[in-house]
Design a protein around this ligand. Structure first.
Ligand code: ADP
Ligand code: MG
Ligand code: ZN
Length: 637
């Protein structure tokens, strides 16, 4: 025991000496070497008789070692010596090992000593050390989270009035007038705004007051935002933009403070352009809104009006607002000195569509054979955004089909995809497929045989997403669509053609077997027939306009308080007329189908087999059986 104690203290000393300098500098550090040295000291304290590495090797050579366990992590070996007569069995020694113990291992192997490697004690101690650390860490995170939440909540509550800049500022929009196409009149009007921003002296010199606000009015996707950006881009001024909906907040007064903030920032960087999108969200008529007044919105609007009055015309700030509901705007917004200029940005006509297509095809690879002219013709009603999307869809299809450049086929597919839906897998030949085929052939045949109908582009029974089993597509007449000048004959034939699907179903399968698949057709028929009666004065009810033209142009018309002024008696007369007209057209459709029954059957056979019949092929087949009306012949040649 004493012997051992001496040894241990001797072992300690050199270690302390190594750190001697440090221990002089800081007395507390002396504990460190003590700890470091403690492992071997304790290990040897455990057993009275000591054994070192050299002795261990000797003992192995002498064959006195029974078994040995090497603990690599702690670098000790637990040695069990062979029991000698006078000593107790299973005496265990711990021996400190070197870094590399190749000699030991070799000797063990030579002398065939039983040995093994373990590392148990160590990993356990690591875990034991980590557990309290983890607790501390957990506690700290909880405290931190708690602190952060409380500070956040309080700062939110206190700062709600100060705007977290909800508007965007673009120093340079990079958009020029050349990027905007198809809305030439609007562009021309706004050209002047660029001059206001660039050379206000020109106007102020002659005493002209520069307008402060321009209201862009038009349906979504026609390029209002783009146009505003182009103005800023052409004038080279910063572009501040905010959406009307950003003004309307939960807390009263927040919107107003946003307006203040926006104008403050704008004044700092004048000349500049402020763009307020969806101004109808904030600029609705005060006190007249559906769902009661909204204090917050009124305050915001008042603030906007105040700000607009608050700066003189020559500060170099021009405000452009966009809306698709000018009718709901508060009159105060529209009076001179505010948004006194209104520019209509309407959906483009065919020429406009062509130039928009040209703009958006600049950065796309399109096969030279593609005629954008035809694409423009085939996309009545498409806005600029629709056309941009169309070309993008076509490009995606092209990439998917691993083609080099966009062809007419991809564009046509993209048009169908956007107007009708995604194609689905064709149905297997079944009763349902035949029924759909008869329905579609009904439409297609009538479109071809009726004199005033638009000619067929194609008929298909490849289903599309959204529950479309098939469709017949006509080549719409651009002039009628754009001018809205539908003739009575065209409207009537159109109703008959639309009823052709249902007529074919009932002629072939019997009235009992007709399906609900024609519900969309019927809606269209009612709509058209109603217009003929109440708006166009095309029936014997007389030349009276019972409903206003604007009613269906929701974006330009008031959508509330718009009941037409006619008596109950007139209402039932209108209903009767609509029904009468639909019925007579339906009978005509049934007649034509009945008279051409064998042709219908043949067309259905071809359609079921081919899934799609193009207009050209369709007319050729029909011409073999019966004579095509002149108008249809003209388009097919
Ligand atoms: P709005 O603001 O009227 O809803 P946007 O200006 O946001 O429409 O138009 C969306 C996108 O559609 C534009 O970024 C542009 O790519 C395309 N686009 C719309 N109108 C036109 C146009 N007249 N000329 C070229 N591109 C257009
Ligand atoms: Mg927009
Ligand atoms: Zn139909």
């Amino acid at each position: 025991m004493t012997n051992f104690a001496k040894k241990a203290s001797m072992k300690k000393r050199p270690a302390t000496k190594n750190l001697g300098l440090a221990s002089i500098l800081a007395a507390s550090l002396t504990i460190l070497p003590g700890v470091v040295a403690s492992t071997p000291a304790l290990a040897q304290k455990a057993k009275p008789d000591s054994l070192n590495y050299g002795k261990l090797l000797q003992k192995i050579d002498q064959g006195e070692v029974q078994s040995l366990e090497i603990d690599k992590t702690e670098r000790v070996a637990k040695v069990k010596l062979k029991s000698k007569g006078q000593k107790k069995d299973n005496q265990v020694f711990k021996v400190k090992l070197l870094n590399q113990n190749t000699e030991l291992v070799n000797k063990l192997k030579q002398n065939k000593v039983d040995f093994a490697e373990v590392s148990s004690a160590n990993s356990k101690s690591v875990v034991e050390l980590l557990i309290p650390l983890m607790w501390i860490f957990l506690l700290l995170t909880v405290i931190l989270l708690f602190l952060r939440r409380t500070t956040n909540a309080s700062s939110q509550a206190m700062n709600f009035g100060k705007t977290k800049a909800r508007f965007q500022m673009e120093a340079k929009t990079g958009v020029i007038f050349d990027d905007v196409a198809g809305i030439e009149e609007a562009k021309e009007e706004l050209q002047e705004v660029v001059t206001f921003l660039k050379q206000p002296e020109k106007f102020t010199a002659v005493g002209a007051r520069i307008p402060k606000g321009v209201l862009l009015v038009g349906p979504p996707g026609t390029g209002k935002t783009l146009l505003a950006k182009a103005i800023a881009g052409e004038a080279g001024v910063p572009f501040f933009s905010i959406s009307g909906s950003e003004f309307v907040e939960m807390f009263v007064g927040v919107g107003a403070s946003r307006v203040r903030d926006l104008f403050k920032k704008a004044k700092e960087s004048a000349p500049c352009l402020i763009f307020i999108d969806e101004i109808d969200a904030v600029g609705r008529q005060r006190g007249a809104g559906i769902g009661g007044g909204n204090d917050e919105r009124e305050q915001t609007l008042n603030q906007l009006l105040t700000e607009m009055d608050g700066f003189e015309g020559n500060t170099g700030i021009i405000i452009i607002a966009a809306t698709n509901r000018p009718d709901v705007l508060d009159a105060a917004l529209l009076r001179p000195g505010r948004f006194d200029r209104q520019v209509i940005v309407d959906a483009p006509d065919r020429k406009g569509r062509l130039s928009i297509l040209q703009v958006h095809s600049r950065n796309k690879k399109i096969e030279p054979s593609v005629s954008l002219e035809i694409v423009a013709r085939r996309t009545p009603g498409f806005t600029g955004a629709d056309l941009a999307n169309l070309l993008n869809e076509a490009a995606i299809l092209t990439a998917r089909r691993r083609k080099e450049a966009i062809t007419q086929l991809e564009i046509d597919d993209a048009i169908d995809r956007l107007t009708i839906g995604l194609t689905l897998n064709p149905l297997l030949d079944s009763r349902k497929k035949r029924l759909i085929a008869y329905h579609e052939i009904g439409h297609a045949l009538l479109a071809t045989l009726l004199e005033h109908s638009d000619p067929l582009n194609k008929v298909t029974i490849i289903p599309r997403s959204g529950g479309v089993g098939g469709f017949s597509q006509l080549i719409l007449n651009e002039e009628t669509i754009d001018s809205g000048l539908y003739t009575r004959a065209w409207l009537k034939d159109n109703i008959t053609m639309t009823l052709g699907g249902r007529a074919a179903e009932s002629e072939v399968f019997g009235e009992a077997e007709t399906t609900g698949g024609a519900s969309g057709d019927l809606k269209m028929v009612t709509n058209l027939a109603r217009k003929m009666v109440t708006m166009y004065g095309m029936t014997d009810l007389g030349l009276v306009a019972l409903e206003s033209q604007n009613q269906n142009d929701v974006f330009l018309g008031r959508d509330w308080g718009n009941r037409s002024e006619y008596s109950e008696e007139m209402a039932s007369k209108i209903d009767n007329k609509v029904r009468e007209m639909a019925l007579s057209c339906y009978q005509e459709a049934c007649n034509i189908i009945r008279q051409n029954r064998s042709l219908v059957d043949k067309l259905v056979e071809i359609l079921v087999e081919q899934e799609t019949i193009e207009g050209e092929q369709f007319r050729t087949i029909v011409a073999e059986y019966t004579q095509l009306p002149e108008k249809q012949l003209a388009t097919s040649s």
